[in-house]
Design a protein around this ligand. Sequence first.
Ligand code: DP6
Length: 380
Amino acid sequence: EIHYATSTGPVNIATLKYWGKRDKDLNLPTNNSISVTLDQNDLKTLTTASCSESFKEDHLWINGETYSLETPRSIQVLKDLRSLREELEISNNELPKISQFKLHIISENNFPTAAGLASSAAGFAALISSVAKLYKLPTDYSELSKIARKGSGSACRSLFGGYVAWEMGNLENGEDSKAIQIADRKHWPTMKAAILVVSDMKKDVPSTSGMQLTVKTSDLFQYRINEVVPKRYIEMKESILNKNFQKFAELTMKDSNSFHSVCLDSYPPIFYLNDTSKNIIKLINLLNEAAGKLIAAYTFDAGPNAVIYYEEENQDYVLGMLYKFFDKLDGWSNDKFNPANAKIFDSFPLSSLDKEIYSQGVSRIILTQVGEGPVETDDV
Ligand code: DP6
């Protein structure tokens, strides 16, 4: 007999960045972080978890390719899930004893892996949510987020939809380091996101080793975690609860800048932004200047891809400007944005910018919005 369950997991993009660990094994962070969960119609992992007495080993397939589950992080995640199931089996004799059966995990991403988008958060969220369903664990997502955190820090935030905080916690055993929802997607449904996929996807330094180098060598990092982030965390939460885009945009861009500054301040320095990323920053700044207020906010993770947040009411300006420069990209779809509606400010100093230079290096645009958390589904 084969037992199985299916669930999805969403991608999240931090607006207040997690960068730095205080405990590498438990994957405990040096600061609180905040993210926005993106719509799974555009970006998601779909995972079926199955277990059977006849399976010989734990195994993982992603988009048809086989991967080992024998990595320290995956071992830890599966161990935690199994021991929760075991507790249930001990307390309820009726339950089938499946906790020690080997697991087969089959995952598929609905977005091109070639897009180079961080898929580990969606992957761990889908894995944990599908195994939790298979094991009939209580659906307390903050509780499950502690397990996700051990798989990959940012993954803990993908267990919720909408606007999500990862509270760093103070305890040494990490029991209070978990994700909580600040607000669901319906609270601020006009928030949109555009992802600009930058073609040169060679990742400079993996985030795990990058953050360790920063913690060890950057002087600026101490200032960031002690002085900057605590205040920003409170303000950003407030800006979300008040739907204050001006404030949200300013804090988001400043925090992206701050994160890339401590990377540059590491020794030897770490560079995630490339010339294309810098041109995108310039364009967004010009757009905001022309608008006389902040109508778009950029943020960059540990790579050159840009994520632009904006509100629906400004879509014709923000996407209009992006379309001016990036009309050749894959990903423009008429039902999400009709170029005929593009509005470009007269004062926008387009003429002085060479479209050929700016449009280089970006290969694809993904238009999306705020989405929900993992969805348990019957489809296999
Ligand atoms: C820049 O979650 O990938 O995206 O915990 O080592 O797996 P590990 O790191 P990871 O780091 C994400 C870093 C970031 C910022 C963020 O998502 O908050």
